[in-house]
Design a protein. Structure first.
Length: 320
């Protein structure tokens, strides 16, 4: 038996969503030690799995690897469509587990497009490979199409910056019990709408934040500067999405962000991807205070939800 375990990721935003600039998208995000997705695999003559989506990815993996079959068991699952990268991590975990079962190279970066992953952001693939804080190069704007390309008709954006983050840092992750984030055809349609209206000046502002604030803070391990820059990137991304999602942050994430921003122990408060997950940055010494702040924010917004304080994951998926 082979077991593969991959971590969740936070997505802080994109560098550019305007067709007026040379490169489109350009994801910014970080890998977390938890929560995780874990899949166990055995060779088989057919495809057997204990989860419908895992079955779909297993069937694709078997075809790509040209092996007879695989039996997969989902042992830990990421919550789906909440902004933690569940789809990409499950797909790549299924691929890697199937490949390792047959002593094959998974080549996750090359094969992710055939699994329908990495079409916009490359953060999920990059964090699966090596963890850390990641910035990808995005795609040439000239390749943008109004219709979603067929699976496999793209390459995963290359990583242009990666930094291991200090292990004493903690990412507060709040997942409210709310409507899931946009995904599938709904997400594709929303992104097209955003791109058609996106102000290129926002991309220029994000470029300044990224190069002069965020990347230096990540490289030097300066928590408050990192948090401030992450928060700024998130708010500027929210300007692009405001009309589509009902505000700079989608409801009810916006209410949680407002409550958490009142707490000086937290910085970099924002919404991961389409939400509803909200994140913030703190350190190990203030972890208990941060957890209390999150529980208080949920109660003040009359919401239930899960709270996780996670270390940054500075390594990629684990295989044993």
């Amino acid at each position: 038996m082979v077991t593969v375990s991959a971590s969740a990721r936070l997505h802080f935003g994109f560098q550019n969503l305007s067709l007026a600039r040379e490169r489109l998208y350009g994801g910014i995000g970080v890998a977390l030690e938890e929560p995780r997705v874990t899949v166990a695999a055995d060779p088989a003559e057919d495809v057997v799995a204990n989860d419908p989506l895992l079955t779909e990815y297993a069937e694709r993996a078997v075809d790509l690897l040209e092996v007879p079959g695989v039996e997969l068991a989902l042992e830990q699952a990421l919550p789906r469509h909440v902004g933690l990268g569940s789809g990409t991590q499950l797909a790549l975990t299924a691929l890697a587990a199937t490949a390792r079962t047959y002593d094959l190279d998974a080549r996750v970066r090359d094969r992710a497009p055939a699994l329908g992953r990495g079409g916009r952001s490359g953060v999920g693939v990059a964090t699966f490979e090596a963890g850390g804080f990641v910035v990808d190069a995005g795609h040439p704007t000239g390749r943008f199409t109004t219709d979603r390309p067929a699976d496999g008709d793209w390459t995963v954006p290359p990583v242009v910056a990666r930094h291991a983050l200090p292990t004493e840092w903690r990412f507060l992750v709040v997942v409210p019990a709310a409507e899931p984030g946009r995904n599938g055809d709904d997400e594709d349609a929303s992104i097209r709408t955003v791109i058609e209206r996106a102000d290129p000046a926002v991309a220029d502002e994000i470029a300044g934040v990224l190069t002069r604030k965020l990347l230096p803070a990540a490289a030097e391990g300066r928590l408050e500067a990192f948090g401030d820059a992450v928060g700024e990137v998130g708010r500027k991304n929210g300007v692009w999405y405001a009309d589509t999602q009902g505000g700079v942050f989608r409801p009810p994430a916006g209410d949680l962000v407002a409550k958490l921003e009142e707490r000086p122990v937290l910085s970099g408060v924002g919404q991961s991807s389409w939400g509803p997950t909200v994140y913030a940055v703190t350190d190990r010494a203030h972890a208990d205070e941060a957890r209390t702040a999150a529980l208080d924010a949920l109660a003040a917004c009359d919401l239930e939800g899960d709270v996780v304080l996670a270390r940054p994951a500075n390594d990629g998926a684990q295989v044993w």
